[in-house]
Design a protein around this ligand. Sequence first.
Ligand SMILES: Cc1cc2nc3c(=O)[nH]c(=O)nc-3n(C[C@H](O)[C@H](O)[C@H](O)COP(=O)(O)OP(=O)(O)OC[C@H]3O[C@@H](n4cnc5c(N)ncnc54)[C@H](O)[C@@H]3O)c2cc1C
Length: 485
Amino acid sequence: MASASRIEADLAVVGAGASGLYVSLVAAAGGAQVALIAASSFAQTASYWAQGGLAAALAIEDSAEIHLRDTELAGRGLVRRSAAALLCEEAPGRVRDLERLGVRFDADRRGRLALGLEGGHSVRRIVHAGGSATGRRVVRQLSARAAEQPRVRVLEHARAGALLLSDGRCAGVSCDDGRVVRAPAVVICAGGAAALWSRTTNPPGSLGSGLLLAHAAGAELADLEFLQFHPTAVTGVTGREGFLMTEAIRGEGAVLLDGDGERFVNELLPRDEVSRAIDARLLQSGERCVWLDMRSVDPALFPNVVEALQEAGLDVTRELVPVAPAAHYMIGGITTDLEGHSTLPGLYAVGESACTGLHGANRLASNSLSECFVFGARAAGAALAAPRLAPRAELVPAPLANPAVSAASKAALWEFAGLRRTREGLEHLLAGEQPLTRLIATCALSREETRGVHSRADFPQLDPTLDELHTVVGVDGAARRERWG
Ligand SMILES: Cc1cc2nc3c(=O)[nH]c(=O)nc-3n(C[C@H](O)[C@H](O)[C@H](O)COP(=O)(O)OP(=O)(O)OC[C@H]3O[C@@H](n4cnc5c(N)ncnc54)[C@H](O)[C@@H]3O)c2cc1C
């Protein structure tokens, strides 16, 4: 192999959204040589698109305990308490670290961080940067830092196609362009899988490729039945299908109206309840959308939302916005412990690719960006301690893991693994062409109850005997239950 295509690193990071950039920066600050493999430009990451912000207990009247209570309440009996407690304790420190890295969060008139309110939070605790441009601001700043950090080598437009194995552990990454990164630790930060569903708020690249890479190499996945639907994604506006109307808009007083102009739900309930209420209303009325009325909201707070809809010919200061639920956030992912270790030695995962169990069965809004930084710092520390590879260790590629996803497969997932699921529908998916779709169906079939974002029309009640039990998919593709400490 030509030497130009073989890269030696202490750490290979797959994906350059919030989690991949942060892991790379923390590891490089700790002295590691990092290879950062990024399939798309940073503007095509879910992180860049984030409009709400980061949840952190920073207000005087707030605390890690209250944040944990809200997270557990939203998570419907499935939150892994140890993981959620760490998130709530460490998120304020990560916000300070981001400030140190140059991210400028919005402040109030006295210069203190301005804190927003979102669904499911009992206290104002969401920090923003540039109003609804938070993701964009954070990613730009971290990318700029990564570009000037000599120990981070960015492999732009390189797609990880397979993980490399040596002696039962992960030892590197093979990219589709022929480049190979050899490293004793690989961190998957490749984002979620919500673009596997036809109606989605996510960038087109969120196809779960990190999950497939890990599973093909022998790591376990968990909780794939839990895909969060965002209640308010734009529908029927040309060029803006699936565009997200952030929860923070409802936090500032926007209301949801049905076709008769009536309010029908408390807009600040957790997402699963608001999504289900909209779905039920649409089923009842036969209409394809409900309406978000943000005419009383200060447009200056949501500049990129106002601008994006203005460009599409909709003036949110005067008109109602047509919205309906869309696939938004993959709660399940690569099974990880509190330091980001997967079940395969040498392989780590952070961010939306990972499943620590912290979100339970329903993610609390804005906990996911905080997760990227809290668990990013922890995983970077753990990965730096990975044992070195033997100099002549033979690297064997795991099976290739990037199958194409057809429009038919996306439509089937929306139809059969959407907001209302049944055994019959889910069984259709078991024969699907896409391996991750089949695993999602396996998990959803195995959970015969309705809990959080997973709603079974044939099992409409929550089954308390399944409290705290996670669904784990082994390398054989079969699902089993596990209780995590
Ligand atoms: C519209 C929208 C708004 C949101 N708003 C908020 C919010 O306000 N607050 C909040 O907490 N959360 C929000 N979320 C969720 C949050 O943004 C994501 O969970 C989080 O940003 C995920 O970060 P990540 O680093 O794990 O993945 P991403 O940011 O998605 O980055 C993944 C990266 O991996 C790359 N990649 C994928 N596969 C490969 C491969 N095989 N090889 C190489 N690279 C690969 C991608 O190209 C990309 O660079 C929002 C999500 C969306 C879609």
